[in-house]
Design a protein around this ligand. Structure first.
Ligand code: SF4
Length: 374
């Protein structure tokens, strides 16, 4: 089984915290989509032989900027060039782009999962982040999606905005849970250098929240989700039974995927690679049959560390048998002292053949993984 990720590299406006690859110039959108269709046709051989496409994911950027007909064109190219065993077709969407008609049109062409970038229901935060939508649009669109019969509905929420107290966050959690989506992804606000927030921070005009404040909000998130029956199947992802994102779970489990479009990453089961993160150069490369795709060479140690970092974040944890079979080392032996210490702190738990983070350990996931690195 494999997946296809399609990166739509356009947004209406730049959110002040975002360092994903996108452009707000959309005049050449059709040319870009043609090039991406061409890339889909050209890279049929990238995925392992005989593999079937289980998931398709439209991410970005803002895929919902595209009229449904353009999404359909890409889906048609996939279905006529790749063997399918589809379980999930996800589209990332922003509330301001979605009407009832558009939602029904996406659905009729096979999009069965929506991931909606709500981020916050607080108007002052939406304006500060420079989101293109309003809180009222978020409420409306979640009702539309429900009425349209989308069974798989995910919303993104962001925590960690520096405020005098937790009022904004508690209110966001309450509103999100009232909408009762099957899935919630929640990440903390981070300051990336090449963003408005990064520049304001450097100039002393923005002061990020204290680590402890952010950690408290993460704990509130975990508690609220648990109380409502959501399962934290990955540190930042919560789903009800049967609502876990198949596409993302496959990433974490090392299933191969093909990434199409500027900046998209791919994994063929052994090596990772990425497309050039520049729209003009991508178009130029496609027009001249030039080099678009660069392989990221990872040695065995890098791969093992990457596995530790990713697997530890999930509910399934590090599979020690898989680790030994794949990387030729018994982690229990080579990291015996570290594992013991992490268990003593109450951050790591060993059960059967797997290592998982405890609730307290989830606050320190990346540094715990680093302790186990080869
Ligand atoms: S809409 Fe999404 S991808 Fe576009 S700038 Fe905002 S956060 Fe980034």
């Amino acid at each position: 089984m494999s997946g296809i990720y399609i990166h739509i590299p356009f947004c209406k406006q730049a959110c002040h915290y975002c360092d994903f690859h996108f452009s707000t110039q959309t005049g050449y959108r059709e040319r870009m989509l043609q090039a991406m269709g061409e890339e889909l046709k050209q890279r049929r051989e990238y995925l392992p032989d005989g593999t079937r496409i289980q998931t398709i994911y439209f991410g970005g950027g803002t895929p919902s900027l595209l009229p449904p007909g353009e999404i359909e064109t890409l889906l048609n190219i996939i279905s006529s060039h790749y063997p399918l065993a589809l379980q999930e077709v996800t589209l990332e969407a922003n509330p301001d782009d979605l009407s009832k008609e558009k939602l029904l049109a996406y659905q009729s062409m096979g999009v069965d999962r929506l991931s909606i970038g709500i981020q916050s229901f607080q108007e002052p935060l939406l304006r500060y982040y420079n989101r293109a939508h309003t809180a009222a649009e978020s409420h409306r669109v979640l009702d539309y999606a429900r009425d349209a019969g989308f069974q798989k509905l995910s919303i993104d929420l962001m925590y960690g905005f520096p405020a005098p107290d937790h009022e904004y966050w508690l209110s966001d959690l309450e509103m999100a849970l009232q909408k009762d989506p099957g899935h919630i992804s929640s990440y903390s606000l981070t300051v990336e250098a090449d963003t408005a927030l990064g520049r304001w921070t450097k100039a002393g005009k923005f002061l990020p929240a204290e680590e402890e404040f952010v950690a408290e909000q993460f704990e509130m998130l975990q508690e609220a989700m648990e109380a409502k029956g959501y399962i934290q199947y990955e540190i930042s992802n919560f789903g009800r039974e049967g609502q876990f994102a198949v596409h993302n779970t496959n990433y974490w489990k090392g299933v191969p995927y093909l990434g199409i479009g500027p900046s998209a990453h791919s994994f063929d089961g052994t090596n990772r690679g990425h497309n050039i993160p520049n729209n003009a150069l991508y178009l130029k490369g496609m027009a001249s049959q030039g080099q678009l795709f660069e392989i990221d060479v990872l040695n065995q140690e890098d791969r093992a560390n990457e596995y530790l970092l990713t697997a530890l974040r999930t509910i399934w944890g590090v599979d020690l048998g898989y680790f030994e079979k794949t990387y030729g080392l018994d982690l229990r032996t080579v990291r015996s002292a570290e594992i013991h210490l992490l268990q003593q702190h109450g951050w790591l738990s060993e059960s059967g053949d797997s290592l998982t983070l405890t609730k307290a350990g989830k606050l320190l996931a990346d540094s715990i993984a680093a302790k186990l690195f080869l």
